[in-house]
Design a protein around this ligand. Sequence first.
Ligand SMILES: [Zn+2]
Length: 75
Amino acid sequence: MKCPYCNNEMIAGILSGDGRSNVTFKPGEKKTGGFDRLLGIGKVTAAKHTLATFTIDADYCPVCKKMIFDTDIKG
Ligand SMILES: [Zn+2]
């Protein structure tokens, strides 16, 4: 998808965390692996501590340093 801020092509990937180490983003269809995590590859600096394992499909704009993902709030 195109970035709504700068109109550049965004990088589709997966935002993931395992509750112990950094929240990371990896382009493509696979979440960040343990080896990537050890090396600190793809660390998302905006993320705070997480308590559980999660993955979110997200699009990242490297120009604006922004991420977009679809979500809903169930209540
Ligand atoms: Zn952008």
